[in-house]
Design a binder for this molecule. Structure first.
Ligand code: PLP
Length: 446
């Protein structure tokens, strides 16, 4: 592979100009881990303002599932732009929204009939889920998990519990939201191992939340990511998800599965929850669903989505251009990308496990399909978190032309477009390993 190709020091001169203007005019609240400017991008490659070419293992933030500017997605967008860009789906009807709703109803494995609400983003999908759960059950409470990320608008932020900075100075939040420990088994809060645990994290819900602060009759829904994304790419064991499903069913609480990051084929199945034997009532989606155009979806059993006209809507939600991009995306997923995610994900995991043998910084590797996390530790026995090292590695990979992102405090996420090929994985991992070795040498981990 002749890419990535870095020809200037980073950031290059044109990028520097952009960064200065950005600093002057753009909100400083965004989290930019390194100064990557983007002029254009195709497939797996991203070109910056100075003509440097990067290999993309992030796909935006797990968004560009069909790669950048996939010709079929671009064609669908162009065609749609020539016919209809907007005619609010809140007040009027247009075919693409209905066609997409029907298609999504076919692929989402929720029992019986389904209905679809369209918004513009992940957080809107989650807001819709919260409101729908409350509307349907007429109950106020929501249970969410530590480490979770469900969005940044105030409703979804009340559920989000992955980093305190997201919440700083933003209170008050929604009342009646309770957090429980997630099955983050590499660092079990109860000091247990997966094979000998009694699911203490779930007992917490029953023995502490339900019995002391959150009577189940007051709880509308439990919301959970089937694999935690921002929280560190944490994959729970099946028994956790099954147990949670049982708790929800036993107590007539709706189960909301947040597939915003893990959905749309990324894990080698349409939805990550299909890796577990569970039955959600509501499913949220966004990110990859329209290959980068804004679209959020809240899907539920039809008998739950019974809210009356005016109860919830969004001016731009499910706009025709995003719907056209989503239909093209779904077509590509059905015709090879989901199976590629499974196959390439296995390859990526096996290669990372090989690396782990020689690299003491790698504490844990976990993932499904192309949603893969690597947790870095200073010491495998104590599991002391290698936070600075993680940031250094992410930065240095950028300097060498590999785009990756962190997740959690000390993990790296691999969330490349689902079009990735073996040689691209090899090229990316070659850079990753070189950087890992350099940082390990500097930090004297040998
Ligand atoms: N839910 C999950 C699981 C996410 O990962 C995210 C974003 O990272 C969101 C919700 C919020 O999505 P958005 O940033 O599109 O509002």
């Amino acid at each position: 592979m002749k890419y990535p190709f870095i020809k200037t020091s980073l950031p290059g001169p044109k990028s520097k100009e952009l960064l200065e203007k950005d600093k002057k005019f753009v909100s400083p609240s965004y989290t930019r881990p390194y100064p990557l400017t983007v002029r254009k991008a195709h497939g797996m490659l991203v070109e910056d303002m100075d003509g440097n070419i990067f290999l993309d293992f992030a796909g935006g933030i797990a968004v560009n599932i069909t790669g950048h500017t996939h010709p079929k997605v671009v064609e669908a967008i162009k065609k749609q732009c020539e016919e209809l860009i907007h005619m609010s789906g809140t007040d009027f009807y247009y075919p693409l929204q209905v066609i997409l709703a029907e298609k999504l109803a076919q692929i989402i494995p929720i029992k019986n009939e389904k209905k679809i609400f369209f918004g513009n983003s992940g957080t809107e999908a989650v807001e819709a889920a919260i409101k729908l759960a409350r509307y349907y059950t007429k109950k106020p409470g929501i249970i969410a998990f530590y480490g979770s990320f469900h969005g940044r608008t105030l409703g979804s932020l009340s559920l989000t519990a992955s980093k305190a900075i997201h919440r700083k100075n933003m209170a008050p939040f929604l009342p009646n939201v309770f957090h429980a420990p997630y099955a983050y088994c590499y660092r079990c809060l109860f000091g247990k191992e997966i094979n000998n645990c009694q699911l203490e994290c779930l007992s917490f819900i029953k023995d502490f939340l339900f019995s002391k602060v959150a009577p189940p009759d007051d709880i509308a829904a439990i919301i959970v990511e089937p694999i935690q994304g921002e929280g560190g790419y944490n994959v729970p064991p099946e028994k956790f998800m099954k147990g949670l499903n049982e708790i929800a069913k036993e107590n007539e609480i709706l189960l909301i599965i947040d597939e915003v990051q893990s959905g749309m084929g990324r894990t080698g199945k349409w939805f990550a929850y299909e890796h577990f034997d569970i039955e959600p009532d509501i499913v949220t989606m966004a990110k990859g669903i329209a290959s980068g155009l804004p679209l959020g979806v809240c899907a539920s059993r039809a008998d739950i989505m019974i809210w009356e006209p005016g109860a919830h809507a969004s001016t731009f939600g499910g706009n025709p251009v995003s719907c056209a991009a989503a239909l093209a995306t779904i077509d590509l997923l059905e015709n090879g990308l989901i199976s590629n995610a499974k196959e390439m994900g296995e390859y990526l995991l096996s290669k990372l496990h090989e690396l782990q043998k020689d690299h003491p910084l790698i504490g844990d590797i976990r993932g499904k399909g192309l949603m893969v996390g690597v947790e870095l530790v200073k010491n495998r026995e104590t599991k002391e978190k290698a936070e600075e090292e993680r940031d250094k590695i992410v930065y240095r990979c950028f300097e060498k032309g590999l785009i990756i992102l962190g997740a959690g405090e000390n993990s790296i996420r691999f969330s490349p477009p689902l079009i990735i090929k073996k040689e691209e994985i090899d090229a990316g991992l070659e850079i990753f390993e070189k950087v890992l070795s350099d940082v390990e040498k500097e930090e004297k981990y040998k």
